[in-house]
Design a protein around this ligand. Structure first.
Ligand SMILES: C[S@@+](CC[C@H](N)C(=O)[O-])C[C@H]1O[C@@H](n2cnc3c(N)ncnc32)[C@H](O)[C@@H]1O
Length: 262
């Protein structure tokens, strides 16, 4: 990320997400989320870009995993690299606590917007942490995450911005901070395996670089399960943005659901 600046890619995601249909749940506050997203997106004209379909599919997949976990009784949700994600508002539910982890610059910008908009964030704990240097279990403990209660951890659109060893530590830290029965939903960039895939990744890398951010990690699809296992997670399902099992896809992206392997 550009020194001293909140994430620009997170702003762009917020602007796109504002245009997507989302589920509603009793007690949820979609209006508060929309107000935050509109504030973040002010001045941006999202339009339909090559990324729009990907982001729509990613948003729907994460929403589905989260709502499924809430139905199953999970009452702790960690959003790692939360950016301007407003799920802690949109899907607020009595007894459920959300924990947002993000780079100090992005989080400070988000907290400033939430305060200015007068949005109630009492169901959300915010911990500023740089995944490159920070202590993830300590950050979670500092916002009263209970390491004894099963947790859903969501890493949406952040893995590709971290060096692979930092990503491994992040996932390992989440596994260490969460007990058996916990789940992980992570979206990942895969090493492209086709010419079209390599060209698409190069275009995306250039767009992101123009915003001062770097796409750094790509996971080889054949090592996906191994990579997760080394970070303490057992992969359960891995699909591409169209919902196809990865074994039947040569796409560049994976949406992976895993359970705690500890
Ligand atoms: C593309 S945004 C995605 C945000 C959000 N998950 C979403 O889908 O809307 C990537 C996020 O990763 C965060 N991030 C990038 N590098 C980070 C780091 N070293 N430590 C903590 N957060 C980081 C950025 O601040 C940003 O919020």
């Amino acid at each position: 990320m550009r020194e001293g600046r909140a994430s620009e890619t997170a702003r762009r995601v917020a602007a796109q997400r504002l245009t997507f249909p989302r589920p509603c749940i009793p007690g949820g506050r979609p209006g508060d989320d929309d107000r935050l997203q509109a504030d973040v997106a002010a001045g941006l004209e999202p339009g339909v870009t090559p990324l729009t379909n990907y982001l729509r599919a990613r948003t729907a997949w994460v929403d589905g995993v989260l709502l499924g976990a809430l139905e199953e009784g999970i009452d702790q949700v960690v959003l790692a690299g939360a950016g301007y994600d407003g799920r802690g508002l949109r899907y607020a539910r009595a007894g459920v606590r959300f924990f947002e982890l993000d780079h100090p610059e992005t989080q400070a910008d988000k907290l400033g917007r939430l305060a200015r908009l007068g949005i109630d964030t009492s169901g959300v704990g915010f911990a500023a942490v740089d995944f490159l240097t920070g202590d993830l279990p300590a950050a979670l403990a500092g916002v009263d995450h209970d390491p004894g209660r099963p947790t859903l951890s969501i890493c949406e659109g952040v893995a590709e911005y971290l060096p692979v060893e930092v990503l491994g530590s992040l996932l390992g830290g989440l596994s260490a901070a969460c007990p058996r029965g916990s789940r992980l939903a992570v979206t990942l960039a895969l090493v492209p395996v086709t010419g079209a895939g390599r060209a698409s990744r190069a275009r995306l890398r250039a767009v992101v670089a123009s915003m001062g951010e770097d796409l750094t990690s790509e996971i080889p699809r054949e090592d996906l399960a191994g990579f997760l296992a080394r970070s303490g997670w057992v992969a359960e399902t891995a699909v591409d943005p169209a919902g196809r099992d990865l074994t039947r896809s040569d796409g560049n992206s994976a949406f992976v659901l895993a359970r705690s392997g500890l």
